[in-house]
Design a protein around this ligand. Structure first.
Ligand SMILES: [Ca+2]
Ligand SMILES: [Ca+2]
Length: 211
């Protein structure tokens, strides 16, 4: 009857020893924290390709698609990732926005809405419409005209920005094709920064661990 407690004590000591050996000194488990990144308004909006200089709309419906004159537009979202603490390790990052309006048949004729991870420089301007740095087509944001929120895992993009010391992560939303040249409006609209209600608000939620 006295042997069982001794055996239990021995097993407990062995377990403690094993944990200490495998944990590099028994460091406590790091619980990930969450950052709901602030949107960077001056680098967010819609860029049109309607003239050589392009045109920028910041506080309008943010769109991807074409208009009745076959000009096109793309949507941009930027977030401040510089709020992460020094040394933060990004575990996940999810970009989300509400698709709230679909005009014409953009998904049938222009394809899915996909996301590019981009470098917008100091200002949102006409060249950003087609600028190719950093990565094109990092994922599909929307593949149907149904109204509702959409989300995309953008972990690799945010991780790259943080690793490079960039304070901002920027994303471009566009239909795969620019225009179907049919003289009809075909576009999809997403949340703008003016909409702060939880179900409409655009967000980049980052989970991370920090030393
Ligand atoms: Ca720019
Ligand atoms: Ca069209």
């Amino acid at each position: 009857m006295r042997f069982a407690p001794c055996l239990a004590l021995l097993l407990a000591l062995l377990l403690v020893s094993a944990c200490g050996g495998g944990g590099g000194g028994g460091a406590a488990a790091v619980i990930p924290a969450t950052l709901d990144a602030r949107i960077y308004e001056s680098l967010s909006g819609t860029v049109h390709n309607d003239n050589p200089g392009g045109s920028i709309v910041r506080h309008d419906i943010w769109c991807a698609g074409d208009l009745s004159n076959n000009t096109t537009r793309r949507a941009f979202y930027s977030f401040i990732v510089g709020d992460l603490p020094p040394g933060a390790q990004v575990q996940s990052a999810v970009l989300s926005a509400k698709q709230y309006l679909v005009v014409g048949t953009p998904f049938a004729t222009l394809g899915d809405v996909i996301v590019d991870h981009v470098d917008l420089g100091p200002t949102l301007n006409a060249p950003d419409y087609s600028h190719v740095q950093w990565s094109l087509d990092i994922g599909t944001f929307s593949s149907s005209p149904d109204i509702g929120r959409r989300a995309l895992d953008v972990t690799a993009a945010v991780r790259a920005d943080v690793a490079a010391g960039r304070g901002v992560s920027s994303f471009r939303l566009r239909h795969r094709l620019q225009t179907d040249i049919d003289g009809q409006r075909d576009y999809t609209a997403f949340s703008s920064v003016d909409w702060l209600e939880a179900h409409r608000r655009v967000s980049l939620v980052i989970t991370y661990t920090a030393p």
